[in-house]
Design a binder for this molecule. Structure first.
Ligand SMILES: [Fe+2]
Ligand SMILES: [Fe+2]
Length: 265
């Protein structure tokens, strides 16, 4: 099975890049399933029902989230009814939405998408390692690939999750830092791993935000409202190929594009 996962879509610039690039990515990678992280899709903060609907219309099969899940208040109106969207599974019991789901793709292909959030430099949720174990124990069909978006800040915590799940899931990919890391590999047990997929959105700001506002915050330490940036985009994702017999990974490739169509692989 071929899976595309695209890192945090930031604002209108990121959404437009996604819409524009999906047709050529479909031709190049022949994905059975396309996943995106959507936590920054609405002006950099959260996602709306309309944006999620557009992503699905463009061919996205599943959306994962992160610490910005709740930023748009309307999320509470639709997250319970949207089985193609996951928020971090290690929020406490009773939190709206779901932490894992079955995603149906093209050609009858299916996978389990799990979203987890790290605890270093982020709000302290339940233990993501224990939560991952609990979810895997509850899955009935061991042959379906399991794809984990581990939304976390600390590289150590993400590498730890890769080793924790090696041989038990098809992929552990990191999100949240918005900077693509260059450590993609298939771990010895058969789990595709990368510390961070990177972001899709404005390339000349600071993690997708307008640089003046972020600089002001660093220089003054006063409260500053960050504004999502405009201008040229860059686009980051990964292509993972899994073995249908085992549900584990055969390969992982980084995808790194920018608006000037300089393609780096
Ligand atoms: Fe993000
Ligand atoms: Fe995040």
């Amino acid at each position: 099975m071929n899976i595309l996962f695209i890192g945090d879509i930031v604002g209108a610039v990121g959404r437009n890049a996604l819409k524009q690039q999906l047709p050529s990515l479909k031709t190049k990678y022949r994905p059975d399933i396309i996943l995106v992280n959507g936590e920054n899709a609405a002006h950099g903060r959260g996602i709306t029902r309309q944006i999620a609907r557009e992503f699905f219309e463009w061919g996205v099969h599943g959306i994962s989230m992160g610490n910005h899940t709740w930023d748009q208040k309307e999320i509470f109106d639709f997250i319970d009814d949207e089985p193609r969207m996951v928020r971090p599974a290690n929020y406490p019991p009773g939190t709206p939405g779901r932490g894992w789901t079955t995603i149906k793709g093209l050609n009858g292909k299916e996978l389990v998408l799990i979203n987890l959030m790290g605890r270093a430099f982020l709000p302290p949720l339940d233990d993501p390692f224990q939560k991952a174990d609990d979810i895997l124990k509850s899955l009935p069909d061991r042959k379906r690939p399991v794809f984990v978006d581990f939304h976390a800040e600390a590289t150590s915590e993400k590498i730890a999750m890769g080793w924790h799940l090696d041989g038990r899931v098809a992929a552990v990919v990191g999100t949240h830092t918005h900077v693509q890391s260059h450590d993609e590999r298939v771990l010895p047990g058969g789990t595709a791993y990368v510390t961070d997929v990177g972001m899709t959105g404005p390339m000349n700001g600071i993690l997708g935000m307008e640089k003046e506002s972020v600089l002001q915050k660093f220089k003054t330490s006063l409260p500053v409202r960050f504004v999502v940036d405009e201008g040229k985009w860059h686009f980051h994702g990964v292509a993972v190929e899994t073995d249908d017999a085992t549900g584990l990974a055969k390969s992982i490739k980084l995808i790194r594009l920018n608006e000037d169509q300089f393609i780096m692989e």
